[in-house]
Design a binder for this molecule. Structure first.
Ligand SMILES: O=C(O)CCC(=O)C(=O)O
Length: 293
């Protein structure tokens, strides 16, 4: 507990001028993340949660390929591969019993929704294109922000799966690297319900791997064998808090063994001035190109 207290990272206030202070900028450069309290209001968060629950309610799992009983693994992989430009629903690993039936209500079984709600759904669009987020993104040096990926993460009570240690640029690679993650706590995230953990300053180290689409096969390709440093900083966050993550920052989140869910919304942005890799798993067609704020 003592260690956890010592490592509690600095939280910044959301100032009304939407300006980034010198202290914030220097913290970002040194640590590779920023925690900004009260970036979204309680109302904003509740509305998004209510809307996400409504989408889950309307989603009929029977229609989805993910429910194919033959070759389940292949079917789920195909469902993921096709989700770059859609609103797709992914289940928690522990959601089903041995016969493939849900162990609990559908609303408590979804791991996440992804990956294009920010362009396809008006409520996610509005939440994602908040003016102060655009200004922050500019202040962090992203001159031509493109919103490439959105995820509504549920981290369900008891069965909320872990997210293993990774760097976001592994998945959304540009040359030069420019990926930044904007992660918003829709519900309180604590050490008990599986908050994220990061390795402060770890963004100064090399990119360890790239997740590549090689001829239709998705493969994790190693770039550098250096071990990740310990994830020593818990990124606890009250609902409404924005956590900004550098694309190189190693981070993870543990399983949620508690009885309290931990909803969050993550939006990933790249700089349109950089070259978006053709190997990235997430691609858009020309008539549904990435857009800015
Ligand atoms: O919310 C989580 O548990 C992990 C999210 C994450 O890793 C990300 O947004 O890059």
């Amino acid at each position: 507990m003592e260690k956890e207290k010592q490592n509690r990272p600095k939280h910044f206030d959301c100032n009304n001028n939407n300006e980034i202070s010198t202290a914030m900028l220097s913290f970002w450069q040194n640590n590779g993340f920023l925690i900004i309290d009260d970036f979204y209001s309680e109302n904003d968060c509740n509305n998004l949660k209510e809307h996400a629950n409504k989408l889950i309610d309307q989603f009929n799992p029977e229609e989805k390929i993910i429910f194919s009983t033959t070759n389940q693994e292949h079917a789920s992989e195909e469902y993921f591969k096709n989700s770059a430009d859609k609103i797709s629903f992914f289940f928690e690993d522990g959601a089903f019993d041995n016969d493939g039936n849900l162990n609990q209500d559908k609303k408590l079984s979804i791991n996440k929704i992804g990956h294009a709600m920010h362009d396809l759904d008006p409520i996610f669009d509005k939440f994602s294109r908040k003016k102060s987020l655009a200004m922050l993104s500019n202040a962090l040096g992203i001159e031509m922000p493109l919103l490439v990926q959105s995820m509504y993460i549920c981290k369900q009570p008891k069965i909320g799966g872990e997210v293993t240690y990774h760097q976001d640029s592994t998945f959304l690679y540009t040359e030069p690297e420019s990926c930044v993650g904007f992660w918003v706590a829709i519900e309180d995230a604590t050490i008990n319900n599986g908050c994220m953990w990061a390795s402060a300053g770890g963004h100064k180290e090399p990119l360890r791997s790239r997740f590549k689409n090689i001829g239709g096969e998705f493969k994790m390709v190693s770039q550098n064998d250096t071990k990740f440093p310990d994830a020593n900083v818990p990124l606890e966050a009250k609902a409404g808090t924005l956590i900004v993550l550098h694309g190189r920052l190693p981070h993870l989140s543990g399983p949620n063994n508690s009885s309290i869910s931990r909803h969050a919304y993550a939006l990933h942005v790249v700089d349109g001035r950089a070259k978006y890799s053709n190997y990235n798993w997430l691609q858009r067609s020309r008539d549904f190109a990435f857009k800015g704020f």
